[in-house]
Design a protein around this ligand. Structure first.
Ligand code: PEP
Ligand code: CO
Length: 440
């Protein structure tokens, strides 16, 4: 086992791993199998996947409003996509476990009491704490147990909301965000959304009036979780065999993914994820070469199983038109069954003159549109999108309908990690994507 950080106390690590291994799973193999079927449908263009949430979840933010708002924005975006693409949409949260973050450097050096001090980087709440002190930055294995507990609390709330009908397509009004009516959504977008949710609800009652039964399949929505499987101790401790199924399931989440920095063919992450039966995501950045991609696909999905492998391309707006097509063409030519998704966030980092980390709405949109065009030209299917977003009214990404400027960024910049789309920017992107893909 080899993580990009080190736990200094092996006894504490063993105790935390033993504890996690004893605790019940966070998700079940039934749910994982169902998601795999849905990914297989998306590979054929019969379904679309919407994956989104925070860059890094914080344990301190495990509270009802942020969770409900993230769920609501994903539900609202999915409604826009169902309507625009005329196909079912599967929602996968980047939450209930997105607590571990890859870093470009394992250490960080800063002045501390007048002297330069080098400490481990902050790897997310599952590993260490953000304060720049030795005790906060030392990886603490019991934070894995804390992360597990907060993932469980988050999931419990989401499952209860969904079971109670929060996501019933007959009542899209339940999903309206508390500030929807005064958020800076343009009148046109608001009217478009309201019209669309009414049409959808009317369509459902019409269908139900014609038949004798409720349209069960479409009245309830499923919801899945995902996170970057960075901390292999955490993933391994919850990886088990289950009765009457073969293979090992990673039961921390439905869809773990491997980040751009940890996808080396001979690396520990690929090695670990080869051994589980869950569908697995892999980020595919601009340096990926076609040969390397085929090797990676064969390592993670040796039997070319449908629904098993999700490739999340994150090229950047300026590179996607050149770098994505050779990969699409090669995978198609070699007959590999994968789900292609696009993450238009991680290749589009920008820094303002005053040093604030941000992303430009126009770059995000441009990467998304270029990816759609590239798939159309290659005759392949863009089966999903991956966003960093929040249901809150934050000011972290520039642009969008309400025109967030550099001066606005400081108004409500909350993320400790990457900048997220706010509620309005997220909804707007869903409309623009539905418009682009739906018109084809
Ligand atoms: C992320 O998804 O938060 C992330 C770090 O992405 P990537 O691995 O693509 O850089
Ligand atoms: Co991120």
């Amino acid at each position: 086992m080899d993580n990009p950080f080190t736990y200094p106390d092996p006894d504490a690590l063993k105790a935390a791993r033993d504890r996690l291994a004893q605790l019940p799973p966070l998700v079940t193999s039934w749910e994982i199998e169902k998601l795999r079927d849905q990914i297989a449908q998306a590979q054929l263009g019969k379904r679309f996947i919407l994956q989104g949430g925070d860059c890094a979840e914080m344990i301190s933010e495990c509270a009802s409003a942020p969770i409900a708002n993230k769920l609501k924005i994903l539900l609202q975006m999915s409604l826009v996509l169902i309507h625009g693409l005329r196909k079912p949409v599967t929602r996968i949260g980047r939450f209930a476990g997105q607590y571990a973050k890859p870093r470009s450097s394992p250490t960080e050096t800063k002045e501390l009491e007048g002297c330069p001090c080098t400490l481990p980087s902050y790897f997310g709440d599952l590993v260490n704490q953000i304060d720049f002190t030795e005790s906060a930055r030392t990886p603490d294995p019991f934070l894995m147990v804390e992360g597990y507990k907060h993932a469980a609390l988050t999931l419990n709330f989401i499952r209860s909301l969904l079971d109670a009908g929060f996501a019933d397509l007959h009542h899209p009004e339940y999903w309206d965000l508390t500030f929807f009516h005064n958020a800076s959504v343009s009148d046109q977008r608001r009217a478009q959304y309201e019209h669309m949710s009414r049409t959808l609800a009317d369509g459902l009652s019409f269908m139900e009036n014609l038949g004798e039964q409720r349209v069960e399949d479409s009245s309830r929505v499923d919801f899945y979780t995902s996170h970057e499987g960075l901390n292999l101790f955490y993933e391994q401790a919850q990886t088990r065999q289950v009765p009457r199924r073969s293979g090992y399931y990673d039961l921390t989440t439905h869809l773990p993914w491997i980040g751009e920095r940890n996808r080396q063919l001979a690396g520990p992450h690929i090695e670990f994820f080869k051994g589980i039966v869950n569908p697995v995501g892999v980020k595919v950045g601009p340096s990926m070469q076609p040969d390397e991609l085929i090797q990676l696909i064969d390592a993670l999905n040796p039997y070319n199983t449908a629904g098993k492998l999700v490739l999340i391309a994150r090229m950047g707006a300026s590179k996607v038109a050149d770098n994505l097509p050779p990969l699409l063409e090669r995978v198609k030519a070699e007959g590999r069954t994968v789900l292609w998704m696009t993450d238009p966030m991680h290749g589009n980092a920008a820094t303002t003159a005053s040093g604030i980390k941000t992303r430009n709405f126009d770059d995000i949109l441009s990467e998304l549109e270029s990816a759609v065009d590239a798939h159309n030209r290659a005759g392949t299917i863009l089966g999903g999108v991956h966003f960093e977003l929040t249901g809150e009214d934050v000011t972290e990404c520039l642009g969008g309908g309400s025109g967030i400027t550099e001066a606005d960024l400081s108004k409500n910049y909350v993320s400790l990690c990457d900048p997220r789309l706010n509620y309005q920017q997220s909804l707007e992107l869903a409309f623009l994507l539905a418009g682009k893909m739906g018109s084809q």
